[in-house]
Design a protein around this ligand. Structure first.
Ligand code: ZN
Length: 184
């Protein structure tokens, strides 16, 4: 039943479209990559101190290249991290984080164009952890995300949790999603 009511797409629970509304489906437009998004992705890549200096640019370029495909090309990002000399397992994790962030930015950008700026944090009902037992950091994040359920936030800014602006579903292992809040 829930499956019929909501479809999960890129961590956003989308309200069902009425019949005939399919024409609203948006094709990806490279113009959606605004300076705001570019800056965000650049800063996000730079936030990984472990990417060797001098190699950061190839990763940033790959992340921006991936954005042109709607933020879905993980291969190009992973390859860049490998070329930057990063270890394989860690490259996969960072690729996942970059891709999720890119998709969030592209999707929420579409929403802001249509006048939607607010969303509600939705706890998925399962802990945001994968390791067993979870690390103290994981366990703490999971509890904080559970407590964030139902809180509203600006989709451009994120929700302030533990002194840090966070987005649902973007942290590694995070299963949280969001529900858009219609402005009318
Ligand atoms: Zn979470």
């Amino acid at each position: 039943m829930l499956r019929k009511l909501f479809s999960r797409k890129n961590n956003t629970i989308q309200r069902p479209l009425s019949e005939g509304a399919t024409a609203l489906a948006v094709k990806f437009d490279p113009k959606l990559i605004t300076p705001f998004i570019e800056k965000d992705i650049r800063e996000f890549v730079l936030s990984f101190d472990e990417i060797p200096q001098g190699k950061q640019k190839i990763v940033i370029d790959a992340a921006l290249e991936s954005l042109k495909g709607g933020g879905g090309n993980s291969f190009v990002v992973f390859t860049a991290l490998q070329a930057a000399g990063m270890e394989k397992k860690r490259s996969l994790v960072i690729t996942d984080l970059i891709i999720k962030r890119s998709r969030w930015r592209v999707n929420t950008q579409r929403q802001t164009i249509t006048g939607i700026f607010e969303a509600e944090w939705v706890w998925a009902g399962a802990p945001c952890i994968t390791s067993n037992p979870p690390s103290p950091e994981e366990a703490e994040m999971s509890e904080q995300h559970k407590a964030a359920n139902g809180r509203k936030f600006d989709i451009r800014e994120g929700l302030l949790i533990d002194g840090k602006k966070q987005f649902p579903g973007l942290a590694y292992n995070c299963k949280c999603v969001s529900r858009i809040v219609l402005p009318f």
